[in-house]
Design a protein. Structure first.
Lengths: 148, 789
């Protein structure tokens, strides 16, 4: 199960502007963007328990929303999902694994940490180029791009 | 590979070379032949684990073969021979100076000098590089670089408590478009990853990152340089360590995995398209913090006799080092593993992070285990130090390594390296004046090697531990460029009444090195000492670190640069009375692209310097403080624009490097130090990149005050032009704001020395230099304060 955390719209302006600027440096003109963090939690947990993790552990309830299903930000464009390769030690994932164990009283099998970027732009090819140039290092990362 | 290993001793050179390449050992033909000779003498073939151990122990990273080997240097017809370049230059300076406040030099993981007057504390300081890993994976490479140098401080003596991290990076220019080779990451991507890696590790472990720098040059496009440093405090009675035969080998901290295999041998090779991703290590700051907390508690209870960190070469280097005299008996099946799909030899050489090795008396293991459990820090007992001088490593019934320590640590062959002085044509014609002085100053302030580093600095927690007195960003608005970090390490001493601190600063001048490596070393040491002086430190007790980075030393011109820079280090250290206490070198910073073209870095020497600050409340900052205060320029401005930033934005054709007069500089600084100690100086800032114009602008806009200046009285060399005076980068110069009413006293300290009043601080926010320019300080600041990332 993936728990997705995103900044509430009224607070997300600067992170989105920073991302659009980064993309512009890499040659991509993005009209709009939304960002989120992803936690893939593997283990036998009920929906209620996962809700508890999203609301109480992973999201800041003042500035962030969480969701257990993939977010639909209402942008026309692409969704970029980036993870560390499975063979690469995921330090954030390990820490969250420990925290989940503390919160729920039993550890998950694994936790992996990733990012999702929702990008409104004209060209998937250019987006792929910009992502490879700025957001990922294919030595350690894997990524996929889906049309929204 | 097993076939080749079974007949290793009889393999011909070509097959040996192919085997070396396939295994990733980076051993030379001479070294491979020596290994064959040794094992033939033993009457058996080596095992994979033994060859891996030899490759790690004899690697450039662990043995520093280039710097500590014999060199023949040719400068035209003149020839100079060195048996051991490092000992005859860097170590010689320290031995010549023989400072009694140096408590441990060149023998441990870091250098240690006396700290404060109580006699209870030593200050450990170390800097190293993590260049090759950062070229492949910037974030992970930078994180583990920081983690590694922190572990050096944890592993010096019986363990020091880290109180400061430093970082200095070199990248390709961000503002240029390159056609990069396939295997290269763009410089912006490298920089972002490196900065984030340093930020995440330093911030999570709770050590302030408060000193360093950034430098951009096309020479670093494929080989970024990532210098990371750490300083820590250690009780003087915890500096000695000694493994006692019978002690247990205890590994604490992280688990062992396949990450980072061949990191040490990787640093003995040029990066190319075939570079293995397994050389990348991944850092885990929280695990290292647990190990840190355990060590500090166990050290104070005397629960171990020796400690060192698992760095390059992993267990093989750490246990090999600790057991160099006693030998070691290691059972690899006891190691805690991340992954069970790992070969015994991989466990032995893996560079998984956050591991420390302790030498623990059997009777103290129980108490140590209780502390480890209470800090939630994993550990395992891997064997013992037997006292027989033999390294025996097994995994169950399998014998992985069985070698005499004397062969491992003394058997590496070395060979004479040729070195030549590069021919450089110098031109000292008078540089033309810019069309508009103000516009030229603004262009300099916006240059990537001068502009504000706030977008990087503000990502680091430089306040954690509550002792950062001299901050990286200073001035009225907290955004001016500090010359040195001043640290009050009360978090380590736990003594709020003791106001002793220390300053840390750097000197770095690769642009000068392209023209004159000897002067580069002099300028770098001078700049570092001057930065310390500007912060109010006692520079008579300056201690310095050398970190050399160069391209392939197989090129005699690269070796020539190294020889000249090392000679410069020796001469300047002796002249300034500043001993080297530790250092590191990194070679083979040279990459090939897909077409086989070589991209070497310029010779790069980072000097990191530290000196005590008697009372941190009296530390000095760079910003103008008070309208009406007189402004002085100390130090003579000399002819020559070589290595200057101005030459980059407007090539004057003059590439002469101003030669540093060390004797004059030392005399001047001693007098200035007295004046500063007496409280005559309200602000001080060194003249470095961008020259005097940039220094004045930074002091003005950092203080929110202007200045009315006339440079006519400025001390100068014969024939100096206004361009050289304002934008040249001749060394040994400082600008000082003197407290109004104390001018006479100040002048008394500087009698007979090259210093002159050049004007006054002004309440009007304009920087006016008579006959040259008149600029609004807000406009100057706007040019300087741009976002790098």
């Amino acid at each position: 199960m993936i728990i997705e955390i995103r900044t509430k719209e009224k607070y997300s302006g600067s992170e989105e502007a920073g991302f659009i600027d980064r993309m512009a440096h890499a040659g991509l003109k993005a009209k709009a963007a939304r960002l989120s963090r992803l936690y893939r939690v593997e283990g036998d947990f009920s929906r209620e328990e996962l809700e508890r993790l999203g609301a109480g552990l992973l999201a800041d309830p003042i500035t962030e929303h969480y969701s257990l299903s993939q977010w639909r930000p209402g942008l026309k464009g692409w969704r970029v999902e980036i993870w560390l390769k499975d063979s690469v030690t995921d330090v954030v994932g390990e820490s969250v694994k420990g925290a989940i164990s503390d919160v729920l009283g039993r550890p998950p099998e694994a936790v992996r940490f990733g990012h999702a970027y929702y990008v409104a732009c004209a060209s998937e090819t250019r987006l792929r180029h910009a992502v490879a140039r700025t957001l990922v290092n294919e030595t350690v990362n894997k990524f996929k791009i889906e049309k929204l | 590979m097993n076939d080749e290993l079974s007949k290793f001793n009889s393999l011909p050179p070509k097959e040996l070379e192919a085997l070396d390449r396939a295994a990733g050992w980076s051993l030379s033909a001479l070294e491979l032949a020596e290994v064959q000779r040794q094992f033939s003498g033993m009457g058996r073939q080596p095992g994979r684990g033994e060859l891996e151990t030899i490759a790690q122990t004899w690697s450039e990273h662990c043995k520093h073969k280039t710097f500590s080997g014999p060199v023949v240097f040719r400068d035209g017809k003149r020839v100079r021979k060195y048996k051991n370049l490092f000992k005859e230059t860097i170590v010689k300076a320290t031995r010549t100076l023989n400072r009694k406040w140096c408590l441990s030099v060149f023998t441990d993981n870091a250098g240690i000098v006396e700290f404060a007057k109580s006699g209870k504390w030593g200050l450990a300081f170390k800097a190293e590089t993590h260049n090759h890993p950062c070229a492949v994976e910037p974030y992970g490479g930078a994180e583990t670089g920081v983690g590694g140098v922190i572990r050096d401080i944890l592993g010096v003596g019986l363990g020091a408590k880290p109180v400061l991290n430093t970082d200095t990076f070199c990248f390709g220019r961000l503002d240029r478009k390159y056609r990069l080779p396939k295997n290269a990451l763009p410089p912006e991507r490298v920089m972002r990853g490196v900065v984030e890696g340093v930020r995440d590790y330093g911030n999570r472990i709770g050590i302030p990152t408060a000193a360093g720098g950034l430098y951009f040059d096309d020479g670093y496009l494929l080989n970024p340089l990532v210098y990371v440093g750490c300083a820590g405090l250690i009780p003087v009675d915890k500096i000695e360590k000694k493994v006692v035969p019978g002690d247990l080998i205890v590994s604490i901290g992280g688990r062992t995995g396949r990450d980072g295999i061949h990191g040490a041998t990787f640093s003995s090779a040029n990066i190319d398209e075939e570079t293995s991703a397994s050389a990348v290590q991944i850092g885990h700051a929280v695990n290292e913090k647990k190990a840190l907390d355990v060590l500090m508690r166990a050290r104070d209870l005397g629960l171990y006799n020796a400690v060192t960190d698992c760095g390059a070469g992993g267990f093989s280097s750490a246990i090999g080092e600790l057991g160099a005299e006693t030998g070691a008996r290691v059972r690899l099946e006891k190691a805690l593993l991340k992954d069970t799909r790992i070969e015994p030899w991989e466990i032995w050489v893996s560079e998984s992070q956050e591991r420390m090795i302790l030498s623990v008396p059997k009777g103290k293991l129980k108490k140590l285990a209780a502390i480890l459990d209470s800090e939630n820090c994993e550990y395992c007992v891997m064997g013992e130090f037997p006292g027989d001088g033999r390294l025996l490593v097994t995994h169950g019934e399998e014998r992985v390594v069985d070698l005499p320590m004397a062969f491992l640590h003394g058997g590496v062959p070395n060979f004479e390296k040729p070195a030549v002085k590069r021919a450089v044509k110098f031109n000292s014609k008078a540089p033309a004046a810019p069309k508009a002085w103000g516009r030229a100053l603004k262009a300099l302030l916006a240059h990537p090697n001068i502009c504000s580093r706030h977008s990087v600095i503000t990502q680091y927690d430089h306040e954690v531990q509550g002792g950062t007195v001299g901050k990286p960003l200073q001035g009225k608005y907290g955004d001016g460029p500090g010359d040195a970090a001043v640290i009050w390490p009360q978090a380590a001493t736990l003594d709020l009444k003791d106001l002793s601190g220390f300053a840390v600063a750097h000197g770095f001048a690769p642009a000068v090195g392209r023209l004159d490596p000897y002067q580069m070393a002099l300028h770098s040491i001078d700049e570092a000492v001057r930065n310390l002086l500007c912060s109010g430190a006692d520079i008579s007790r300056t201690a310095i670190l050398d970190n050399f980075c160069a391209a392939s030393p197989r090129d005699p011109r690269v070796m020539g640069d190294l020889v000249l820079a090392a000679e410069g280090c020796r001469d300047a250290a002796i002249a300034y009375g500043a001993p080297f206490i530790s250092g590191k070198d990194s070679f083979y910073n040279q990459s090939k692209d897909a077409d086989g073209r070589e991209y070497p870095i310029p010779i790069s020497l980072l000097i990191s310097a530290t000196a005590p600050v008697e009372d941190v409340r009296r530390a000095v900052t760079i910003n103008f403080k008070q309208a009406g205060n007189p402004v002085y320029l100390a130090g003579a401005s000399l002819r020559g624009m070589g290595g200057s930033v101005y030459n980059e934005i407007s090539d004057t054709g003059n590439n002469a490097v101003p030669a540093l007069d060390m004797k004059a500089a030392v005399k001047l600084y001693a007098a200035l130090a007295k004046a500063m100690k007496a409280g005559c100086v309200a602000a001080a800032h060194d003249v470095s990149q961008g020259g005097l114009g940039v220094t004045l602008a930074e002091m003005a806009f950092s203080g929110g005050l202007g200045a009315e200046l006339d440079l006519a009285p400025a001390p100068r060399g014969k024939g100096l032009t206004s361009t050289e005076l304002l934008f040249g980068e001749s060394p040994a110069r400082l600008v000082l704001e003197v407290v109004k009413g104390r001018e006479r006293e100040f002048q008394g300290y500087l009698k007979g020395l090259p210093a002159a009043e050049i004007g006054r601080v002004s309440g009007e926010p304009r920087l006016r230099v008579a006959g040259l320019f008149d600029e609004d300080i807000a406009g100057l600041k706007a040019c300087w304060r741009k976002e790098l990332i």
